[in-house]
Design a protein around this ligand. Structure first.
Ligand code: FO1
Length: 320
C-alpha cells in the first residue's frame, strides 16, 4: 500500500513511527516534509522538520524534546558564545552540527535538497522515503510587533526565542509562491493509495507544504482518499503552540475549525479525539466525514492505533 504523509516536525514524526508499525514491511510510506521551518545559522542550513522525521524514525532523536539528537553535547555552541557569535537561543548540539555541515557541504557542491536528504537518510535508514516539499528555499516568517513597529521575524525566532508570546499578525511562507514541488512529490501524490495529514501544525507545517504551487491541487485531485488527524484536542493543541498561529490566520483552536480550514475539497475524512465527539456533527455538516477515536500519541502503540483508524477510515470513504 502506497501511503503519502504531509508531515511537519514532532507530531508528524511521532505519528509516522506508529504508521510504520501499523502497516509493516508491505507499506510504502513517502513523507513530504515541511521545509518552511528551515533556518540558516553560522553559514549552515538547518532543516528542523526534515531532521526530526529522520532522527525520530532513524533512532537518533532526543525523545523528550522531539528535536535534536540524543546524547548531545554543546561544545561548539559554548565556543561560539565565547566568540560572541549568536544566536544563543537556538540550541544546536555537536552531533546535530555534523548533519548541517554535511547538508551545507552537499548543497554547496550543487546537490538539490532532495538529493541531500536522500544521502543523509542513507545513514539513518528511517524506513520511509523522505522528500522535502521543495528544493527551493521557503522560510516561514511571522509578522509581529517589536518595539512598537510591525516587522517580520523568522519563524524560529518567533517560536524558540519568543516562545510564540509576541503577537502573530500573519504567517508568511516567504518564497513559497515561486517554489516548485521537489522531484517525486507530485508523482507520489498521484500514485498514492492513501494520503494522510498527521497531527502536525495545520498552518506552519501542513499549511506551508500546501502553499507550494501544485501540491494542494495534487492532493485535492488525487484518486486517493485524504484523511486528516486533528492536532487539536479539547480546544487545545496537543503540543507546541499551534493555537497561536491558528489565531494569526483567524482559525478557532478547535478540531472542527481545523477540518474546515482544510476544507471538504481537500480532505475526505477527519479524525477527532473522543473528547471532541460532540464536534463530529459540525464537521460532517461541513461535508467532511468524521469519526472520533483516541488521538493521544502516548506511545508507539497508541500512534499505531491512530494510524490504523486513519487507514480504515480511508477505505470507508474511498470512492469506487
Ligand atoms: N526548539 C526549541 O524550542 N529550542 C531550541 O533550542 C531548538 C533547537 C533546535 C535545533 C535543531 C532543530 O532541528 C530543531 C530545534 N528546535 C528547537 C525545534 C524547532 O524549533 C522545531 O522542531 C520546529 O521548527 C517546529 O516544528
Amino acid at each position: 500500500m502506497r501511503i503519502v504523509v504531509l508531515a511537519g516536525g514532532i507530531g508528524g514524526a511521532r505519528f509516522l513511527r506508529g504508521l510504520k508499525q501499523a502497516v509493516g514491511p508491505e507499506g510504502e510510506i513517502t513523507v513530504i516534509g515541511n521545509t518552511g521551518d528551515d533556518i540558516h545559522l553560522f553559514g549552515l542550513k538547518v532543516c528542523p522538520d526534515l531532521d526530526t522525521v529522520m532522527y525520530t524514525l532513524g533512532g537518533g532523536i532526543h525523545e523528550e524534546q522531539g528535536w535534536g539528537r540524543a546524547d548531545e553535547s554543546f561544545s561548539i555552541k559554548a565556543e561560539m558564545k565565547e566568540y560572541g557569535v549568536g544566536p544563543e537561543w537556538f540550541g544546536l548540539g555537536d552531533r546535530d552540527f555534523a548533519t548541517h555541515i554535511v547538508r551545507t557541504q552537499m548543497l554547496g557542491a550543487g546537490y538539490p535538497l532532495s538529493a541531500v536528504t536522500e544521502a543523509l537518510c542513507a545513514r539513518w535508514q528511517p524506513g520511509v522515503r523522505l522528500l522535502p516539499m521543495s528544493d527551493d528555499r521557503v522560510e516561514t516568517h511571522v509578522v509581529t510587533d517589536v518595539d512598537g513597529e510591525r516587522k517580520a521575524v523568522h519563524f524560529q525566532e518567533y517560536w524558540v526565542k519568543h516562545h510564540a508570546l509576541i503577537p502573530a499578525h500573519a504567517i508568511v511562507p516567504v518564497g513559497a509562491e515561486t517554489a516548485k514541488p521537489a522531484p517525486g512529490v507530485l508523482e507520489a501524490l498521484a500514485e498514492a493509495d492513501v494520503i494522510l495529514f498527521p497531527p502536525s501544525n495545520p498552518v506552519v507545517s501542513v499549511g506551508t507544504i500546501l502553499a507550494v504551487p501544485g501540491i494542494r491541487r495534487a492532493v485535492a485531485q488525487s484518486a486517493a482518499p485524504v484523511i486528516g488527524l486533528s492536532p487539536i484536542i479539547g480546544g487545545a493543541p496537543v503540543r507546541g503552540m499551534a493555537d497561536k498561529v491558528l489565531e494569526a490566520v483567524g482559525v478557532e483552536t478547535t478540531a472542527a475549525a481545523v477540518a474546515k480550514r482544510y476544507g471538504s475539497d481537500l480532505i475526505d475524512g477527519w479524525l477527532v479525539d473522543e473528547a471532541d465527539e460532540a464536534s463530529v456533527a459540525e464537521v460532517e455538516a461541513a461535508g467532511i466525514p468524521c469519526r472520533a477515536v483516541p488521538l493521544w500519541m502516548t506511545d508507539v502503540d497508541a500512534s499505531a492505533a491512530m494510524a490504523r483508524a486513519a487507514l480504515d477510515f480511508a477505505e470507508a470513504v474511498r470512492k469506487p
